[in-house]
Design a protein around this ligand. Structure first.
Ligand code: KE4
Length: 430
């Protein structure tokens, strides 16, 4: 039984369920994986979010990654207020999108040309279309557990002949779409080699999360990313890093900088919009020359590059681009890792904690998690109990064992200590 009062959240949820699918505008928010009702948020500031019943939580969801400065950062709020007074959208080019594209290119030199869109889904969907247009090939390789947004061709699970055809992972996805997606186990370079040896001439691209944030937090095995780069070069298959989540999180230059791999294309989102709707894709000049109006591959968007998202993104990157500031984020993330590992050790509970920069995850398992199959072995029920008790102690974690948590610059040492104390007490109880 929750110690906190959730009367208003519950009433709102009951009303929302009558007029919004599942009462939410994105499925994971409905708490289906952890039980109970979602809390409805009234406001947020710094490392805290406040629900409609007045309860405060230290927030490690941070809007699923974007709020790397913490919520309502004064510089971002002030810049947005000024931007609003100048108009909120023009449907015409502005200096802001040129500025943000320049900041992205400096941080991601592999992105020689950058196109702004409005979500990570649009970024990956568009990048794949461009890769298909550039190569003239239809098939795509993705990895089990990697999530790249909800475009039809990516809602595909491994088919019966896993290394051949995909099958829809959702009603509404035509079989014809799914059959062009080949889904392989993450970290399995041999499986990739086998497929490319047989099918390279049909394969446009390989898309992956270089660190997987959508099955918790799963790191690439040594040599996996290097192997993918070598094989894709050999077979002239486009290598797409989906850094929507890892971008600016694993390092300021993303996973590609941290692991020193130069992909052909990259997708970004989340952090570059500072909490406003955004996405971006880009890559090699010869590939991006395919994109309309330069080239024949069509892609467009009413609000692409809109001045508000550009403003919030620019202000966010201005702050985290300072090495001393970025180091603070890494130190906070490391402090949290050490505190949570220590709490589990003292409580005598077996967990595996993985972290890549400022994204992380605790699995309730004693086996290493290297892919979707091993992640599924973790005790999701125990995670659900952990989640509920931590929420009750004022700590807001991602409501699923198969999601990552995030650190912000606003989280203080006392936030981390409070989180560790709550984790110790909760570990002892479950
Ligand atoms: P959006 O379309 O949600 O902006 O981005 C899709 C996407 C693409 N690629 C990666 C690696 C992603 O993690 C995401 C979206 N991440 C989820 C969190 N697992 C967003 C939360 C949600 O779906 O509500």
């Amino acid at each position: 039984m929750s110690r906190l009062i959730h009367k208003k959240s519950t009433a709102l949820f009951n009303k929302a369920k009558r007029i919004i699918p599942g009462g939410v505008n994105s499925p994971v928010r409905a708490f289906r994986a952890v039980g109970g009702n979602p809390i409805f948020i009234e406001s947020a500031k710094g490392s805290k979010i406040y629900d409609v019943d007045g309860n405060a939580y230290i927030d490690y969801v941070l809007s699923w990654g974007p709020m790397i400065l913490g919520h309502s950062h004064p510089a971002v709020v002030r810049a947005l207020q000024k931007a609003c007074e100048k108009g909120t959208s023009y449907g015409a080019p502005t200096p802001l999108e040129v500025e943000l594209a320049g900041m992205i290119r400096r941080a991601y030199p592999s992105m020689e040309i950058v196109r702004m869109v409005n979500s990570g889904t649009e970024a990956t969907m568009s990048a794949i279309r461009v890769a298909r247009g550039f190569t003239g090939r239809d098939k795509v390789i993705k990895f089990e557990g990697c999530y790249h947004g909800h475009a039809d061709g990516l809602l595909v699970k491994a088919g019966s002949g896993a290394a051949t055809f995909g099958v829809p992972d959702s009603p509404g996805v035509p079989k014809d779409y799914a059959k062009n997606t080949i889904t392989l186990p993450y970290n399995d370079l041999k499986a990739v080699k086998n497929v490319l040896e047989k099918n390279a001439k049909d394969i446009a691209c390989i898309i992956l999360e270089p660190v997987v944030g959508n099955i918790g937090c799963v790191l690439p095995k040594p040599g996996f990313l290097e192997g993918l780069r070598r094989l894709t070069k050999k077979y002239e298959v486009i290598l797409i890093f989906d850094e929507v989540m890892t971008g600016f999180r694993v390092s300021y230059g993303g996973a590609q900088k941290a692991y020193r791999i130069k992909p052909d294309m990259t997708c970004l989102g989340k952090v570059i919009g500072g909490g406003l709707p955004v996405g971006a894709y880009g890559g090699r000049q010869d590939i991006m020359k395919m994109v309309s109006p330069d080239g024949p591959v069509y892609q467009a968007g009413t609000l692409s590059g809109n001045p508000l998202a550009m403003t919030a993104g620019i202000e966010t990157l201005k702050i985290i681009s300072k090495p001393a500031t970025y180091k603070q984020l890494m130190l906070k993330s490391q402090a949290l890792e050490e505190a949570l590992k220590d709490a589990a050790r003292r409580a005598g509970i077996k967990t595996k904690f993985y972290r890549a920069g400022s994204m992380f995850c605790t699995y309730f398992t004693d086996t290493e998690v290297v892919d979707y199959a091993t992640a599924k072995k973790a005790d999701a029920q125990k995670f659900a109990q952990f989640f509920g008790k931590m929420l009750d102690r004022g700590i807001n974690l991602a409501p699923s064992q198969f999601e990552a948590g995030f650190m912000s610059l606003a989280h203080s040492g006392s936030d981390i200590n409070k989180t560790a104390r709550a984790a110790y007490e909760t570990f002892k109880e479950i």
